[in-house]
Design a binder for this molecule. Structure first.
Ligand code: NAD
Length: 455
């Protein structure tokens, strides 16, 4: 590990990555090799947890290609020096900001979107002029092995390399003096990474998890909202960090909501017997999820197949904020439904929990939407939809509080991997005596005026 880091540091110090055309060249190389290996990428992700070619494109590769194309198109603008106004006190002078790369970066990925969560931050890091050591999740075995093969056969390890491994290897990596660590995963492991980074004052971005609510107001267009909700919840068998974790529905529309939910799930392809229904990643998660299904609260579903690592979409009703299933992020195809008569009670309960990664508001009432936007803090969200905010790279993607630190996608990814170096360039033709001795009352008066004078 140490050798790779040293190699990358030496390469970074050659200044080669400061060249914009060098960065674009690397990104284009990445796109080319991924496109060339698309068939293998489809096969590996299907082997890991039965993710179909369609989902692999829509939720992984398509997002990666889009990030590469945007970066290549916008990089000159993002990386350009930005002139800013110089304050009166520094007259005559110029002020500008130079975006500069941080150096050698470590990216640690999660298994649930094994390509997108590893490669997208790497695109941002390379676009910003950094070198990258990527550590994908060891849990998605086939995709991790394939990424290693593809990247390590394509790139100079001094620029971009993949290191495979689990806890021991990641712990070893975390002892190195990186210039930036970008971590995607659980809040528990996020704290370990944060602590390790703190030892060397390494800046971090933590993309973590949490319980993301979907709030259904009585004014919403129920049919379309339920359709979108079902897709967002059961896509990837609920193993999506920003999936709606639980639903809070107005009591007056509960029965109609449940009716629509049943119709929508039954009409969908999210079913154990469907060969394209994504599997639960492993037995450990199967056991954890099955233990969360309270048989007394099953409204729909509840069936599972241990051999196939698969659980039918399961709806639990009459759930309260004090039930076990409301303690931790579910991360599976189980949807608890809480009903409310007064939205303020729901807001209070959500605020008692750590700040969610996402929040979804299904409503046609502007007042209702504004109230929730104003009162609840969350990473990102959508109104009358769920998950789709991630597909707009003009929106920063990230959490807040326990759901994460920092954000990325599009230009936000570039910013995450850059330092904005501020420079004041002074002219030498004029030097007022104001700040020098002797300090007089008149000088103080002028200083007071100049410090508060705005152009
Ligand atoms: P995880 O935290 O178990 O693992 C993430 C990474 O950390 C893996 O690469 C793993 O090898 C490494 N790791 C595990 N234990 C470690 C240790 N003790 N020391 C150092 N490294 C260690 O998470 P996961 O199971 O892969 O993913 C699921 C979690 O990730 C969920 O909580 C989900 O919400 C979250 N997640 C967040 C986002 C996001 O963008 N915010 C995206 C996907 C997943």
């Amino acid at each position: 590990m140490h050798q790779i880091v040293t190699k990358q540091k030496a390469f970074f110090n050659t200044n080669a990555t400061k060249n914009i055309s060098f960065r674009i060249e690397q990104l284009q190389k990445l796109e080319k090799v991924l496109k060339k290996n698309e068939q293998l990428l489809n096969e590996a992700i299907f082997n890991d947890f039965k993710k179909s070619e369609f989902e692999n494109y829509a939720t992984e590769l398509g997002i990666i290609y889009s990030e590469i194309n945007t970066a290549c198109k916008k990089l000159h603008k993002w990386a350009s020096t930005k002139k800013v106004t110089t304050n009166f006190l520094n007259f005559p002078g110029k002020s500008y900001i130079i975006p500069e790369p941080l150096g050698v970066t470590l990216i640690i990925g999660a298994w649930n979107y094994p390509y997108q969560l590893s490669i997208s931050p790497a695109i941002s890091a390379i676009a910003a002029g950094n070198t990258v050591i990527l550590k994908p999740s060891e849990i998605s075995i086939a995709t991790s092995a394939l990424l290693t093969k593809i990247i390590n056969n394509t790139f100079d390890p001094a620029i971009f390399t993949v290191v495979e491994g689990g806890i021991p290897e990641t712990t070893e990596l975390l002892n190195e003096k990186f210039d930036k660590i970008f971590f995607t995963g659980s809040t528990t492991i996020g704290k370990i990474v944060y602590k390790a980074a703190a030892k060397n004052l390494i800046p971090v971005t933590l993309e973590l998890g949490g319980k993301s609510p979907a709030i259904i107001d009585k004014t919403c267009n129920l049919k379309i909202c339920v359709k979108r909700l079902v897709w967002a919840k059961f896509l990837n068998a609920g193993q999506t960090c920003i999936a709606p974790d639980y639903v809070c529905v107005d009591a007056s529309i509960k029965s109609e909501f449940l009716k629509q939910l049943t119709l929508e799930i039954n009409a969908s392809n999210f079913k154990i017997e469907n060969s394209n229904y994504v599997q639960i990643i492993n037995k450990k998660n199967m056991k954890r999820l099955v233990s969360l299904i309270d048989p007394e609260k099953i409204y729909l579903g509840g069936l599972y197949n241990f051999e196939e690592n698969s659980i039918d979409p399961t709806i639990l009703t009459d759930v309260s904020f004090y039930d076990t299933i409301m303690e931790d992020e579910i991360f599976g195809p189980i949807l608890p439904i809480i009903t409310y008569k007064n939205i303020d009670e729901i807001i209070t309960q959500i605020k008692l929990k750590p700040k969610p990664l996402a929040c979804y508001i299904f409503s046609n009432s502007t007042a209702f939407i504004k109230k929730i936007e104003k009162e609840i803090s969350f990473g990102s969200g959508a109104i009358n939809d769920a998950i789709m905010q991630i597909s707009n790279e003009n929106l920063p993607f990230g959490g807040v509080g326990h759901s994460g630190i920092g954000s990325y996608h599009g230009e936000y990814g570039f910013k995450t991997f850059s330092h904005y170096k501020s420079i004041l360039k002074k002219s030498t033709w004029f030097e007022p005596n104001l700040k020098y001795f002797p300090l007089t009352d008149l000088k103080l008066k002028i200083i007071k005026f100049l410090m508060h004078f705005k152009l």
